[in-house]
Structures are given as C-alpha cells and as structure tokens.
Write a protein that binds this ligand. Sequence first.
Ligand SMILES: Cc1cc2nc3c(=O)[nH]c(=O)nc-3n(C[C@H](O)[C@H](O)[C@H](O)COP(=O)(O)O)c2cc1C
Length: 332
Amino acid sequence: MIKQIIKKVLPKILLNKWRNFISIKRLKAAYNYDMKRYIKFSDNYSHDSKIKLIGLIIREYHVVEKGLTMPDTRYGFGKDLIIDLIKHCFEYIKLYGKNEIQLVHAIKVILEYEEFHSKQNFVLDTELKNLINKLKGYNIQPSLQIEMNKTDYFKDINNSFPLFSDSRSSIRNFSEEVISIENILKSLEIAKNAPSACNRQCWRTYIFSNKSNINEILNIQGGNRGFGHLTNKLIVITAEIGGFANLEERNAAYVDGGIYTMNLLYSLHFNKIAACILNCSNGIDKDVLMRKVCGIKESEVFIAMISCGIPPEKFKIAFSERYNVEYTNTIM
Ligand SMILES: Cc1cc2nc3c(=O)[nH]c(=O)nc-3n(C[C@H](O)[C@H](O)[C@H](O)COP(=O)(O)O)c2cc1C
C-alpha cells in the first residue's frame, strides 16, 4: 500500500521540484539581466553620458531648491554640494552645450542661492563665491522658489483636473495643527480606486501618529532633514508580493504601489492635507531596519512613505522645473 502511494506521489514531487528548480533558474537569469542593464545604464559607475550627467545635476540642484524652501533655511547650507554642482554644470556645458532646460534651471537655482544669502548679508565661502561669479557670465536670471499661502494652495481642489493636479506640490512645512485619522481614512477611501494589475490591489498602508515612532522612522529614511520633525501623520505604503507570480511580475508590486501612491497624494490634496512623498529606496541593511521599525509584514515591500501635515499660513514650495513634453514624449 505505502509502496503504491510512494510510486504515485514521488514522480509528482520530483516533477514539482524540477519545475521549481527551472523557474528559480529563470528568475535568477531575469534578475541578472536587470542587473546588467542597471550597471550599464544607471549613473552608478560613471557620468559618461549626457543623460547621466544631467541626472546628477538635477539631483544636486534639487537639494538646493529644498534648502531654499525649508521652514528655517540654514545660512551657508550645502557649500560642498554646490561647489560640486557648479563644476558639474561647467563640465556639462563643455561637453554638451548650455541649451538644456535642467542645466539652465540649475544655474538659476545657484544664482538664487547667492541672492538669498546676499539679502541676508551672509558672506559665502570664497571658493564658492568665485565659482558663482563665473556662472554669471552666462547671463541667466536667478530662479525664485514659490511663496504660497494656505488658502491659495487649496483653492483648486474642486476645480477641473488640469488645475487640480497642477495645484499639488510636495510640501515641506507643516503647522502644529493635527490631522484627524478620519481625514486620512477618507483619503485612503478615495485612493483605493487606483487601477492595479488584475485588480490585485497589492497596496498596504500604515498610519503613524506617535511623534517618537515618526521621528524614529524618519531618522532612518534620511531625506526629510529640516522638515520631517514637523510631520503630523506619516503614511508608510507597502505592497504585498504574495499575489504576484513568475519572473514577468517581478516588478509589478512597485508599479501598482506607485500608481496607488500617486492616487493617494491627490486624495490627500483633495482633503486639504499637505504632503511630501519620501523615498524608501533602501539598501539591504536599511531595508531590514526599516521593516523592523515600521512593523510591516515580511511579504511586503516598501513603496514610499508620505509625510503629512496641515500647512502653515505662509510657506515656500520648491520650483521643481519640469521638462517639456517634447523632451519626454516621442510620437511613433
Ligand atoms: C518616489 C519619490 C521619492 C521621493 N523622495 C523624497 C525624499 O526623500 N525627500 C523629499 O524631500 N522629497 C522626496 N520626493 C519629492 C520630490 O522631490 C518631488 O516630488 C519632485 O521634486 C517634484 O516636485 P513636486 O512633488 O512638488 O511636484 C520624492 C518623490 C518621489 C516620487
């Protein structure tokens, strides 16, 4: 009897083992393929192309824009970074010319940085000042980060979609006013209409209200210096990977999670909650630590977190220059 069962079952077990072995092998090959492409085309190992260099310049000037719009801007912030940024701008101009919308914006932001400090009678570092003076030769006007008030910020929440969507920005300044959990839940209720692959709705959210929990998470996150401490509610968004299958869906959780997160940002905006999405792009150690601190399930991956608050009466918004559609679109 037992022999018969073993005879019947064994081939099935072996077959399943074989199938698993083959599918894991194929999955490894797919990740290997992704890795090779990432090594080749990302800006990890060299700035050997126009796109990589401008990407670096955007990353650098964005830090300056953020600094200029902080609730309390620290005078002289980012000196070394701005020196690097200017050098990268010169390198870009030498290699590829100066007709790049993001390059021009980078120069504008650097000039705004100088103007901001000169208005405060703050003397900038000499090396930095000399480099900025060289940039002035290009005859570009300084940018101006956006000054906003609370009423104007939410004035288009019931308007047409182009106006509504254009009125949302990342806000990095919050008052002490408390957001009710009900208002966050109302936003989640709207956001759940997001599309997802086969309607699997892999997103999961965790709402943090406790200040010390929020601070602990945000300290690890790291991209919220100067404003994170003002967060009133923190929403951590994850995606459950249990519903996805095969190598083809290895990134599906991130796609669905990202689409949901954008919908949630709009929903929060609609409910007059100011928000700044924060990355969860973590290396291994940080991922492990973040999982522990946030208490998310092992079967979930981080998508992003959103720092939420009620804006003060007046605040600044980073300009965040956009490319023209002609740059990002190709009609085939
Ligand atoms: C996935 C993702 C991660 C982000 N991470 C951070 C972050 O860590 N800190 C921060 O201040 N802003 C962060 N941002 C906000 C961007 O800087 C911002 O969306 C961008 O500059 C465009 O500006 P806008 O949101 O005002 O339109 C992030 C945005 C996205 C989409």
